[in-house]
Write a new protein. Structure first.
Length: 259
């Protein structure tokens, strides 16, 4: 009887162990799945869409704080001919009016100009060719963990990474006393990125007497167009303080794909 029970227990644990091993093997290498997905989503097919940006900023604190907000949209297209950015006539008219007001009164706010700066070619390329950007970020990241999770109510895996201080260039690093960077990437069953979240805290001292602290959080939602990984929504919050000044900036950018 003892031997039969012992065999039964052994068989049960062996089956459970085998089941756990199979399950672990299925999801054990999310990094490889992610790398393979980024490799196949290298953006050779044409894409076009409308990018909208909204910015809110506050400089200072209390009654003396200066708040501004603005929004604008542009059309973007990437094809074999290259990257094309189209500013509508209405947007250019609004921008011209803002610049004229600024010339008449130096204290006049210029929220639209701040928004238009978000439409630089580098940032737009990141939105429509997101695979290469995420690949470069992962090159300097140290893998921490992988676990089962969900995204928008569907099963997903989340990969966690630590960003080392070496991510900063040598010039900036010499002023930094404390650095913390973390990255999380949600992927589906075949490794395609669904979303990512990056957080960074930097504090230090510059020129001996000026202490500073910078906090940044960035959340991205991805989509696929042809063989392109694109950023459908980008939310960024930046909070900085130093030399008696405080600044907070929030940016939301969305990409509406067009056929």
């Amino acid at each position: 009887m003892f031997r039969q029970k012992n065999k039964w227990h052994y068989g049960m644990w062996a089956a459970l162990a085998a089941s756990a091993l199979v399950s672990a093997n299925v999801y054990a290498d999310g990094q490889a799945d992610l790398r393979n997905a980024l490799s196949r989503l290298q953006a050779s097919s044409p894409v076009k869409g409308v990018v909208e940006a909204k910015i809110w900023s506050r400089q200072g604190e209390g009654k003396d704080a200066d708040e501004t907000q603005g929004n604008a949209s542009i059309s973007v297209e990437d094809s074999g001919r290259g990257l094309h950015i189209l500013y509508s006539k209405d947007l250019l008219t609004r921008l011209d009016a803002e610049e004229r007001a600024k010339e008449k009164d130096s204290k006049s706010k210029a929220p639209l100009a701040n928004v238009v700066r978000e439409f630089n070619s580098s940032d737009l390329r990141q939105m429509i060719s997101a695979a290469s950007v995420l690949s470069r970020r992962l090159e300097k990241a140290n893998f921490k963990a992988e676990k089962q999770d969900s995204y928008n109510g569907k099963p997903a895996r989340v990969l966690s990474f630590e960003i080392p201080i070496e991510k900063l260039n040598d010039k900036d690093r010499k002023y930094v006393k404390k650095y913390e960077g973390n990255l999380e990437v949600w992927i589906d069953s075949d490794g395609t990125p669904l979303a990512s979240r990056f957080s960074e805290t930097v504090s230090g001292r510059a020129y001996i007497v000026v202490s500073f602290e910078i906090k940044e959080d960035e959340s991205l939602s991805y989509g696929v167009s042809g063989d392109r990984l694109v950023i459908l929504k980008k939310e960024r919050k930046n909070l900085s303080s130093g030399a008696g000044e405080r600044s907070e900036i929030r940016t939301i950018k969305t990409l509406q794909l067009q056929s």
